[in-house]
Design a protein around this ligand. Structure first.
Ligand SMILES: *[C@@H]1O[C@H](CO)[C@@H](O)[C@H](O)[C@H]1NC(C)=O
Ligand SMILES: *[C@@H]1O[C@H](CO)[C@@H](O)[C@H](O)[C@H]1NC(C)=O
Ligand SMILES: *[C@@H]1O[C@H](CO)[C@@H](O)[C@H](O)[C@H]1NC(C)=O
Ligand SMILES: *[C@@H]1O[C@H](CO)[C@@H](O)[C@H](O)[C@H]1NC(C)=O
Ligand SMILES: *[C@@H]1O[C@H](CO)[C@@H](O)[C@H](O)[C@H]1NC(C)=O
Ligand SMILES: *[C@@H]1O[C@H](CO)[C@@H](O)[C@H](O)[C@H]1NC(C)=O
Length: 536
């Protein structure tokens, strides 16, 4: 990066100037890809599918200039990156204006007080079904102790279900009000069966950062003859426990350590769909560098029992209270279980038809985007774009209706959200801008007595959580990040057809300590067109 350009960026970024800068320039194009053997239109970043990894360290300033060389508007969302005080950079239709075709937009991100494994993906239309995703690694700063030895290598493993149908055709199905068919296969790092290979040296230990970047299904991940020691989940260092197979739900990431402690040969890596009547399966390889034998024997089997096995595994993944997080003090020193919650928000999903078209809702409201990003309308005080309180904070059993749903919550409060799932499908929810404590999950209906079984000591803090069929999941959140934050289903067709809303974390303060002003380079669209991000 030429110095002049770097200086230019420093001028418009209100970020901590003592932290290093990392610059990326990404050209987003269409290209032909063949992940399941048939040619289809994919979204490439600098010619790559999946896109390049973002490698960063806690507090780094990450500047990504995205050039949209597609023929339609485009946005990238940074799943799990908290964009503290800066929801304008979240890259969602409710926070950021789309990058018009042929134009560019420079995202100014800071990995403030974060470590861990995350990913990015295109958030508009149904672009996610065409690629455009990649891994995000946030390493600990050099002097912060990490609770395991440095691995020999650190692999990004993006797994997800996939359609041979292109994203335009999938979007048309949804726009016509129909459900999507079942996906056609599963990819590992953008490749179908028997292609992806991770090469290891015998006796060495490797970190795999596994993220489910798919559209619809929970996945199970396993490696023939090898155990996986879970060490990190979306920014929390966990109690290091070994598993032979792991369920990874939509939008979730976890890091595992794998030691190449077997005979030198190739071993199968298997990824299969969970909770589905037809089981999709794909394979890859763990190859020992000195291997002279191809993988053989039966593929390692996944869990045969359904919910209980998965629920017990989820409960066994807990925070290591003595391990550090982004700061040297133990992450457990924040005693979330001792804080009283000031509000409970209960959210239940539903599916149904509105005007003869399939829709999905939370507390009966099916989200429709406004003509102006909500965050930008809020900044310019443009009325009539959304209404705070347009979604109730508990299910009321009404029929589904459409609205631009925004729920207002107060800055610096500590709240409880209960996801209630009365449907017979697996759900996965993500909240932008935050990590939250997953204090409980169980089958049946949530009642206030369910609180007696909450884990108030060492629950994991993460940004994406599953809710089992006919079950509930409860989370605690410290609302310390002002902004307009998306809470959504990670089941991508459901998100597209309305199972999402925005949480407006509000303060009357205009201090930079609480929230940054709109970025100077913010694109302005809809009713904000022609406004200015700074006084002239
Ligand atoms: C982006 O990639 C396309 C296709 O390779 C190319 O035509 C275009 O010039 C590139 N744009 C930039 C800004 O590099
Ligand atoms: C587009 O890229 C140029 C640098 O090539 C940068 O100066 C400009 O700020 C970018 N535009 C936006 C809207 O970020
Ligand atoms: C927890 O973290 C500590 C500190 O790094 C480490 O010594 C210990 O082995 C970890 N315990 C488990 C069970 O992961
Ligand atoms: C997408 O798929 C549809 C339906 O198969 C097809 O008509 C269209 O040409 C495809 N578009 C591209 C760009 O491949
Ligand atoms: C991949 O390898 C497995 C195991 O050898 C084999 O059963 C399967 O048919 C292969 N799949 C493809 C698509 O080549
Ligand atoms: C939490 O609420 C309980 C019961 O109302 C009260 O006794 C306790 O002091 C409160 N704790 C804090 C930290 O406010």
């Amino acid at each position: 990066m030429p110095l002049k350009l770097a200086v230019l960026f420093l001028c418009f970024a209100i970020v901590s100037a003592d932290s290093p800068y990392r610059f990326f320039e990404w050209n987003v194009t269409y290209g032909t890809i063949y992940p399941l053997g048939v040619p289809q239109q994919g979204i490439l970043i600098n010619g790559q599918f999946p896109g390049p990894d973002i490698y960063s360290v806690t507090n780094d300033n990450v500047i990504v200039n995205v050039i949209n060389s597609l023929d339609e508007p485009f946005l990238i969302h940074w799943n799990g990156v908290q964009n503290r005080r800066n929801s304008y950079e979240d890259g969602l239709i409710g926070t950021t204006c789309p990058i018009p075709p042929g134009k560019n937009f420079t995202y100014i991100l800071q990995m403030k007080d974060q470590i861990g494994s995350f990913f990015y993906f295109p958030s508009l239309a149904f672009h996610k079904a065409a690629g455009g995703f990649g891994g995000i690694k946030i390493l600990s700063r050099p002097l912060i102790p990490v609770p395991f030895d440095p691995p020999t290598d650190d692999f990004t493993v993006l797994i997800g279900d996939w359609y041979k149908t292109n994203h335009t055709a999938l979007k048309q199905i949804l726009d016509r009000g129909k459900k999507l068919p079942f996906p056609h296969g599963i990819l590992i790092n953008g490749r179908g069966p028997n292609v992806t290979t991770f090469t290891v040296q015998q006796g060495k230990t490797y970190r795999l950062r596994i993220c489910n970047v798919g559209l619809q299904n929970s996945l199970n991940f396993r490696i023939q003859g090898h155990k996986m020691k879970v060490v990190e989940v979306e920014g929390t260092h966990t109690m290091q426990i070994s598993y032979s197979s792991l369920d990874i739900h939509l939008g979730q990431c976890m890091s595992v350590l794998v030691t190449a402690d077997q005979q030198p040969q190739d071993y199968y890596i298997v990824v299969s769909s969970r909770f589905t009547s037809t089981i999709l399966t794909t394979t890859g390889y763990l190859r020992y560098a000195n291997s002279n034998r191809p993988a053989s024997g039966p593929l390692p089997g996944g869990p045969t029992t359904q919910i209980d096995w998965s629920l017990n595994q989820a409960r066994s993944i807990r925070t290591n209270l003595t391990a550090s997080g982004p700061r040297p003090n133990p992450q457990g020193s924040y005693h979330y279980g001792m804080i009283n919650t000031s509000r409970t928000i209960r959210l239940a999903s539903s599916a149904g038809q509105v005007n003869g078209k399939q829709r999905y809702a939370l507390n009966s409201v099916s989200f429709v985007p406004a003509d102006t990003p909500l965050k930008i309308a809020d900044y310019f005080k443009i009325s009539g774009v959304f209404r705070v309180g347009s979604i109730p904070d508990a299910p009321n059993g009404q029929g589904i209706f459409l609205d631009t749903s925004v729920l207002g919550v107060d800055y610096r409060t500590f709240i409880e959200i209960v996801f209630e799932n009365y449907e017979d499908i697996m759900q996965s929810y993500h909240l932008s801008g935050y990590a939250f404590w997953v204090v409980g999950m169980d089958g049946g209906k949530w009642t206030s007595a369910s609180r007696n079984q909450y884990n108030l000591r060492d629950a994991v803090s993460r940004s994406t959580v599953q809710v089992y069929p006919k079950s509930w999941t409860a989370i605690y959140i410290a609302l310390d990040n002002v902004g307009m934050w998306n809470l959504r289903s990670e089941f991508w067709a459901r998100q597209y057809l309305g199972q999402q809303f925005y949480l407006r974390v509000y303060t009357a303060s205009t201090s930079l300590r609480d929230e940054y002003p709109i970025p100077k380079n913010a694109l302005l669209c809809g009713r904000a067109k022609g406004r200015h991000t700074r006084p002239l």
